[in-house]
Design a protein around this ligand. Structure first.
Ligand code: ATP
Ligand code: MN
Length: 479
C-alpha cells in the first residue's frame, strides 16, 4: 500500500510530540537548502519540513524545486521558528515528481488573477484558488445536505433536451449532422430527421420543466447540474456553462418559495463559514488588500466576513416590483439622470444597475423582488388576480445582482394554455409538461440558484471566471 500519509490539515490540529508521520504534497518554497514549505491542498497552511544540514545528498536537494512532488517521512517536533507550531524533521525524502524551476510558471510571488486565468490548470496551487475551491466544495456539499435533510429527492434532469421553449436563441445545438453535406428538406431547411435523435436538440438551459414532473410525484425535488447558455454577454457574472440548483416543490405558494430560498441561502453560507473559516478569512484578507487599490467610494462598506454575518442575521427585504419602481423613480440617482436606463415607469424590465441600486444603495442587504409584470417573465409563472402581474420572485445580492430567479408555477391548465398561446409557445411540443396539469395538478413553486454567483458571493471574488475550475465564455474554452 502506497498511501499511508496524513493530510497536513489534520496533522496541524495535533500537538507536536515526536510522532512519526508521512506526508505528501508539492513544494511551495525551499529556503537555505534546509526548510521546505510543503502544501498538500488540504489547507493553505504549509507544513515546514526541516531537511537537516548534511543529512541529504546534494543531488536530491537540487531537485527540491517549487512544485516538485514529495513524499516525506519523519518526526513531528515543536518548531523553533516563528509562524508555525510544528516542524517535520525529515528522515527520508522521496521525489515523486520533479518540477523544472526554469519552466514552472508560478513563482512564489503575487500573480494577477488575469494571469492565473491563463494558467487555470495550475492556479489551484495558489492560496487564493486553494481557498476558493475548498469553499466551492463546502457550498456544494451543503446544498445536498440542506435538501437531503429536508427529504427532497435529488433528480438528474437531462442535459440534452429537445424542448427549446424557454431560451430560444440562447441554446447550444447538439448534432451529429455533417457541416458540409447537411441533409435538407424540400423547403431547404435542415432535415433533422437525419440527425442523431431524429429531431433538433440542444444543451439544457434549465432543468425546471422536468423538475416540475418530479415535484408532482415526489412532492419535493431538487436538481444540481450543469446548464448552458450561448448568451454572448462578456460580463463578470455570466458563463456559457454554469451550475444551477433548482428545487421544485408541490404544495408551495410564492411565499413558501421565498421562505425556502432565504433559509437555503443562509444555510449554505453558514455551513461554509463554520467548516471553512480559515479559507474565508484568507479570502476576506485578500479582498481587503485588493480593495485598497480602489478609490474610497468604490470600496465595500463591510469586510467579507462581516458581510456574510450580516446576511445571516438579517432578514432579506421583500418588495414588490411595483414598490421597487416607486423607489427607483423617486431616487435622487434617477432624478439626477445617473441611470443609463432611466426609470420610465411600471412595466419596464429592471437592468442590473437598478437592481444594484436597490440592494447596494437603498436597502444595503439582499432583496427579494416579487410579483413582476407578466410581459417580462416566462410563460409558466402563475398569473395573479390583477391580470397584470405574475407570482415571480428574484433574489438580488449586494455586489452580484440576481442570484435566484423563481416563481409559483401556473397550475391551472386553461390559464397556462392561454398564456402559451399568447406567447407563441408550441403546446404540442410540451404535451408531457401539460400532462401534470391534467392529472392531479397542485399549487407548486420553485427557483433556480446560480451556483457560481453564490460562490462569488461567499468568496468575494468579483469575476465569475475565478470561481469555476475551467470557465467557458465567448471565444474561450481552453483546458
Ligand atoms: P441574468 O438576468 O443575470 O442574466 P437570468 O434572468 O437569465 O439572469 P435565470 O434564467 O432566472 O437568470 O437563471 C437562474 C439563475 O441562474 C440566475 O438567478 C443566476 O443566478 C444564474 N445564471 C443565469 N445565467 C447565468 C450565466 N450565464 N452564468 C452564470 N449564472 C447564471
Ligand atoms: Mn440571462
Amino acid at each position: 500500500m502506497f498511501n499511508k500519509r496524513i493530510k497536513i490539515k489534520d496533522l496541524l490540529t495535533q500537538e507536536p510530540a515526536g510522532q512519526e508521520v508521512t506526508v505528501m504534497g508539492w513544494v511551495r518554497t525551499f529556503r537555505n537548502s534546509q526548510f521546505i514549505a510543503l502544501n498538500d491542498g488540504s489547507t493553505n497552511n504549509n507544513l515546514q519540513i526541516v531537511a537537516g544540514l548534511g543529512k541529504f545528498d546534494d543531488e536530491l536537494l537540487k531537485r527540491i524545486n517549487t512544485s516538485a512532488a514529495l513524499k516525506v517521512t519523519g518526526t513531528i517536533v515543536p518548531s523553533l521558528g516563528k509562524g508555525q507550531k510544528m516542524d517535520l524533521n525529515a528522515v527520508t525524502i522521496e521525489i515523486l515528481g520533479d518540477s523544472d524551476a526554469e519552466k514552472y510558471p508560478l513563482q512564489p510571488k503575487k500573480h494577477s488573477l488575469e494571469f492565473l486565468r491563463e494558467i487555470a490548470h495550475l492556479r489551484f496551487r495558489t492560496n487564493t484558488f486553494g481557498s476558493i475551491f475548498r469553499v466551492r466544495h463546502a457550498l456544494a456539499f451543503a446544498v445536498h445536505k440542506f435538501f437531503n435533510d429536508k427529504g427532497f429527492v435529488y433528480m438528474h434532469t437531462p442535459i440534452i433536451t429537445a424542448s427549446d421553449a424557454e431560451g430560444a436563441g440562447e441554446m447550444f445545438r447538439v448534432t451529429t449532422l455533417p457541416f458540409d453535406k447537411t441533409p435538407r428538406n424540400e423547403d431547404g431547411g435542415v432535415n433533422f430527421k437525419e440527425d442523431f435523435f431524429g429531431r433538433s436538440t440542444n444543451l439544457t438551459v434549465s432543468g425546471q420543466l422536468e423538475g416540475e414532473l418530479g415535484a408532482t410525484a415526489f412532492g419535493e425535488i431538487y436538481t444540481f447540474g450543469p446548464t448552458f447558455r450561448a448568451e454572448n454577454s462578456n460580463t463578470a457574472r455570466h458563463l456559457a456553462e454554469f451550475w444551477m440548483i433548482e428545487p421544485e416543490m408541490a404544495f408551495y405558494d410564492l411565499e413558501d418559495n421565498m421562505n425556502l430560498a432565504e433559509e437555503f441561502i443562509k444555510y449554505i453560507i453558514k455551513y461554509a463559514m463554520d467548516n471553512n473559516k480559515e479559507d474565508i478569512e484568507f479570502l476576506a484578507q485578500r479582498l481587503a488588500e485588493e480593495e485598497k487599490q480602489l478609490p474610497q467610494d468604490k470600496r465595500s462598506e463591510m469586510g467579507l466576513v462581516e458581510k456574510l454575518e450580516f446576511v445571516l442575521t438579517n432578514s432579506f427585504e421583500r418588495l414588490t416590483y411595483a414598490g421597487a419602481i416607486e423607489i427607483l423613480k423617486e431616487s435622487n440617482h434617477n432624478k439626477k439622470k445617473k441611470f443609463q436606463y432611466p426609470i420610465t415607469g411600471w412595466g419596464m424590465d429592471l437592468q442590473s444597475e437598478h437592481e444594484r441600486y436597490l440592494v447596494e444603495k437603498h436597502f444595503k442587504k439582499p432583496v427579494i423582488l416579487n410579483n413582476y409584470p407578466k410581459e417580462i417573465k416566462a410563460f409558466y409563472m402563475r398569473q395573479n388576480e390583477d391580470g397584470k402581474t405574475v407570482a415571480a420572485m428574484d433574489i438580488l445580492a449586494p455586489g452580484i445582482g440576481e442570484i435566484v430567479g423563481g416563481s409559483q408555477r401556473e397550475e391551472r391548465l386553461d390559464k397556462l394554455e392561454a398564456r402559451m398561446k399568447e406567447m407563441h409557445i408550441p403546446a404540442e411540443e410540451l404535451w408531457w409538461y401539460l400532462d401534470t396539469r391534467r392529472f392531479g395538478t397542485v399549487p407548486h413553486a420553485g427557483f433556480g440558484l446560480g451556483f457560481e454567483r453564490m460562490v462569488q458571493f461567499v468568496t468575494g471574488m468579483t469575476n465569475i471566471r475565478d470561481v469555476i475550475a475551467f470557465p467557458r465564455t465567448p471565444k474561450s474554452a481552453e483546458f
